[in-house]
Design a protein around this ligand. Structure first.
Ligand code: FNR
Length: 372
């Protein structure tokens, strides 16, 4: 019986359990995209806390692809070198370091959430004095503002599209140098790749807009570029929004997600991480425990690929049931890992029958505390 504490083989990489830290932006860089002590402690703590996979936050492949000026980036060798101590630390603890490679598209150049999450104009600044920039969009006319304000946008032309693909490829090469074992392409939450996927935000009439084939072209080209440089023995994940939650109009939905997952499997993607929404403010998101699990389940049933479930998963038994009942292959935990950095150790304690087996999953330095 496969359960939450079962290892997860991913090509030649093996996660010691099926618990992953869901990518979570920390907005804690200066303005250079370089990790700080915050990132090292934040990611390191979750490795200490028993996560099998420790995924970074959305890490920008290009400075214009940052959500805020304070996002993490991987657009130079200096970034790769600065991330290396963290990947080494995670690996030393038996965890698997993953990186989420991201481009924020027309949701870029914003202030941090605690500064209001509003667009910063190219000639404007955020409260820290950091400048904004012109953002890239598949179709600026279709921009659906969450905040009532429009950023300065440019329609992506053929050169921009090729630049995005090249930036993803180079970022993957650098991620490998930095010691990451999993590359996750971020194609969810209304950021650039999702903006191309959804007919709500993609009104293009060229090879990248219109039909399913055309709207999925950019994500397929990006994934192919990443897979080209990512070694065969290491896994690639893709995070998608399973649906836009806009049933009242032509939008991105679960049927298209299943079709895309199949195409991604053919391109050598190992796991689809199924999130949802983030594209349009009128989205009707159900919320609550496991609210996105049915989407993951449908991808798992309809496409020949492993899936990750995420969203409203807070209890070890809840997560364990998802794996035991074949609803997901991996469970990603977001906010609960912020409340409890040791969620993985808690899961071992709650789920292992023999306390000695649970204690073995604790770092040796902490083992005396494992048994009460
Ligand atoms: C997020 N989320 C997120 N998702 C993503 O794909 N990349 C990211 O960088 C971020 N950043 C981020 C920051 C913070 C502070 C939160 C709370 C969330 C979404 C996150 O990964 C997850 O999918 C959701 O939070 C739902 O899962 P939980 O929190 O219910 O377990």
């Amino acid at each position: 019986m496969t359960d939450l504490l079962s290892s997860l083989p991913l090509r030649d990489v093996e996660s010691p359990n099926r618990i992953a830290v869901s990518p979570m932006c920390q907005y804690s860089c200066a303005t250079d995209g370089l990790p700080t002590e915050w990132h090292r402690v934040h990611l390191g703590s979750r490795a200490v806390g028993g996560a099998g996979i420790v995924m970074t936050e959305a890490t920008a492949v290009d400075p214009v692809g940052r959500i805020t000026p304070h996002d993490l980036g991987i657009w130079s060798d200096e970034h790769a070198a600065a991330l290396e101590p963290t990947t080494e630390f995670v690996r030393d603890l038996g965890g698997v370091p993953g990186i989420q490679l991201a481009h924020a598209g027309h949701k870029a150049s914003k202030t941090r959430p605690w500064d209001g999450n509003v667009p910063i104009a190219p000639d404007g600044t955020d409260p820290t004095g950091a400048s904004g920039w012109e953002v890239l969009s598949p179709s600026p006319d279709a921009y659906p503002p969450f905040d009532g304000d429009r950023p300065a946008m440019r329609k992506a032309d053929q050169d921009d599209i090729e630049g995005v693909i090249d930036a993803y490829r180079a970022a993957a090469e650098r991620s490998l140098e930095a010691g990451f074992e999993i590359a996750e392409v971020h194609a969810a939450h209304g950021y650039l790749l999702h903006e191309f996927l959804s007919p709500v935000t993609n009104h293009r009439e060229d090879d990248y807009g219109g039909s399913f084939e055309n709207r999925t072209r950019l994500v397929r080209e990006v994934v192919a570029a990443v897979r080209e440089v990512w070694p065969d023995e290491k896994p690639v994940f893709v995070r998608i929004s399973g649906t836009d939650w806009l049933d009242d109009r032509e939008s991105w939905d679960i049927e298209q997600s299943v079709r895309l997952a199949d195409a991604l499997a053919e391109l050598g993607v190992d796991l689809v991480d199924v999130s949802s929404g983030g594209l349009h403010p009128e989205q009707a998101v159900p919320g609550g425990p496991n609210f996105q699990v049915p989407l993951a389940e449908q991808v798992r049933a309809g496409a020949d690929i492993a899936v990750g479930a995420v969203g409203g998963i807070t209890e070890p038994e809840q997560a364990d049931a998802l794996v035991r009942n074949n609803r997901a292959d991996l469970v990603l935990v977001g906010r609960e890992f912020l409340r409890d950095p040791y969620f993985g150790l808690r899961a071992a304690g709650d789920l292992e029958r023999d306390p000695k087996d649970a204690a073995k999953q604790w770092p040796v330095q902490y083992r005396r505390a494992a048994q009460r």
